[in-house]
Design a protein. Sequence first.
Length: 360
Amino acid sequence: MRIEYRLLPDCERKEPPAPGAELGFGQLRTDHMFLMNYSDGGWHSPRIVPYGPLELQPGAMCLHYGQTFFEGIKAFKHADGEIYCFRADKNAERMNHSAEILCMPAIPEDMQLEAIHRLLDVDRRWCPSEPQSSMYIRPFMFATQDSLGVKPSKEYLYCVMLSPSGAYYKGGFSHAIRLLVTRKYHRAVSGGTGTAKAGGNYGASLRPQEYAKSFGADQVLYLSADNGAIEEVGTMNHYHVLKDGAFIIPDFGDSILRSVTSLSVLELAALGKARARQEVIRVDKFLDDVASGEIIEAGGFGTAAVVSPVGEYVFEDGRTLTVGNGGVGEHSRRLYEMYAAMQTGDLPAPDGWLRQVKHY
Ligand code: COI
């Protein structure tokens, strides 16, 4: 791919945050972004340009019919000073899955990876290295054709932006969150767009999230609209841990996003480095098992969330149910520490999970 570089002169580049500064999640931007257009049946004009406003017609179809999706990927600065992208190939694959679901064009995975790596190379001085921090990479695609007919757009823009970030939930891994158990709202239905990282899925999650907050919870534990089985949390997959230390992740079905973190935990289990499997989980049985102590820990897996423990389930009638000791459990801690150490290069990761960003 022949990428055009239109880079800021050194004197116009911003200063990255000082080491140790509070980064927050998704707040900061680096100096540049990657853009590529799709029209006349093909991708063209790949370029790295200063990060800034995009020009868009008011009739751009993404603004009206939600033809847009995104990904979330992380890169880490290792002790050797180099930057390594973590499992971006999995996200590139899921990007094309989302594209298929939303009738949008695929981007060859090697092109996506090159775009990400070249942008990381240009803005490499922004990559943080504090514990629980990373360069959060946000690729996304949206429909740009100026047309009001409800049909797939013929034109798109693919964009990659970077955000040096800390933990997704305030307090990071050491803070256990609360989930509202409700049958009032559902995230996705069978046959819908639940397996895509569609912007609309996240837009639709805002009202349930506000509802959860009104009960003092951080997020909703979504249940299947079909059979009440546990699905996911919207910003992450859900897991629980049995007394014997096994991590149980809900069966993906076709209404749950296939979290790269969940897939990685399952792969670690296949390699004998963790105990994990998938099951259909009936919520009533789940809650009984939490109450009886059969389930000793719970939490979420996600790129942004990594491993985020859940301490309490909250109900609309005011009841609450504590998992284990209500804090961060030992199994979750051990898994988190192993996974994070693999990401940062402090423990060897399975082959192919980390790819060094070249100095192009
Ligand atoms: C991620 O884990 O990267 C996500 O996309 C979740 C996000 C909505 C913050």
